[in-house]
Ligand binder design. Sequence first.
Ligand SMILES: [Zn+2]
Length: 85
Amino acid sequence: MVLEVEVIDDLAHPPRRPEWTCDADGAPWPCDPARVDLADRYAGRPHTLGKILCAALHLAARDLEGSTDAAELHERFVGWPAALT
Ligand SMILES: [Zn+2]
């Protein structure tokens, strides 16, 4: 799980932890450019993208516990690829 999620550090817009804001533009991660990049990299592999986002969500939920609404966090991390299709 840790290995899978390392790909997000490789993005031009990686998350800054433990805040989970974009390291490039300061927006809540995944910001729009990060989403475009991820959607691009995992085009045709929605299952792999889902796994990576789930892993990221788990890390973020742990880091942001108590400061962010769980449903909102879920939508922010794993809700958006569904909207792409
Ligand atoms: Zn960004």
